[in-house]
Design a protein around this ligand. Sequence first.
Ligand code: NIG
Ligand code: FE
Length: 411
Amino acid sequence: MKKLFINIKTLVQTLENTPNSPIKGQAMQQLAHINHAWLLIEGDRIADYGSMDTCPDCEGEIIDLAGKIVFPSWCDSHTHLVFATSREEEFVDRINGLSYTEIAAKGGGILNSAKKLGAMSEEDLFQHALQRLEEVKKFGTGAIEIKSGYGLSVEGELKMLRVIKRLKKVSHLLIKSTFLGAHALPLKYKDNRGAYIQLIIEEMLPQIESEDLADYIDVFCEKGFFSPKETDQIIQAGKDYGLKPKIHTNQFNCMGGIEVSVKNNAISVDHLEILNDEEIACLQNSHTICTLLPSAPFFLNDHYPPARKILDANLPVALATDFNPGSSPSANMPLAIALACIKMRMLPTEAINAATINGAFAMEIADQVGSITKGKLANLIISKPMKSIAYLPYAFGSNMIEQLMLRGKWV
Ligand code: NIG
Ligand code: FE
């Protein structure tokens, strides 16, 4: 079945070919687009597109999108969408003056989520996650990475990863799975960190490989969580099982996480609220993507990553939500885009590149999604009538999404 969209006000991210690598630095200011455009969908794919003066005849359905902008659906490359329950009690603790790390140090935070997840059945966890994916779609997201990391035991981590594997099978979204067993140290290993790391390496990883449960490995490399040396050890073990690294680092401190990630050819380093000049120089000698998560410092009322410095250093930036119950209880990609513009001074064009094609690169799926390119999946956001592309982050907090199409179907 063919669908022809006509009179599109602006068709955004029209790339004739997928680039070989993410868009970086100054080039991120250019956002390919066609004004007054048409777009032809055949089955689940983008068949062709162009400007209205070249519009073909079509025997299929014709849909007039006058006044509306079409974007490729967002690629949210960093989330923790599988969790048991929300943590608004900690939100109140923070308003009362406790910091995120203080809450974590007294057994709250990630350990609190792990306790709740341990008590929930795999089926319930799956149903909750499935519901959250519905919300994710309302924000225009078509591809998403989901991490484990609230299990922190062999059973708990496998339970989470099996849920993600089931989500991959049933969802219209394209999903990538990341093993984050090293998200926090369980209390019972407080005096024996090595034993927990051994558990990850000797028991979790082999089982993950045998059930084909993950695409990537992640570690929370941060003071009070895992050191760069431990991160290195865990990443290398993950690589032995075919998992490429995507690393949580530099959220609160510079402590060597960038160096270790770059040394191990990480696909991405994520957070980067705190980043020094040597670390920027280190990233310049790598293919690692800088994934920025502005919803987290917004929610924690903390520093934002130095996006302008990162872009001036000619590095590639991706934007993601970090959707999780502790530091970013929001799957709202348009809000992450708006925060990138408002708080990190990214241009709307840069932020949209970061949320589409570069997010796709950060999940290694740029051959399938992230741009309007012939042969890619028909994953499209149809906006409400909008004057220009910049209106999307400008009208922060307004829902400018009218409809989402994934794999050629309205969802
Ligand atoms: O990316 N920082 C580590 N992990 C998550 C937060 C997890 C949580 O607080 O539950 C993050 O911010
Ligand atoms: Fe995260």
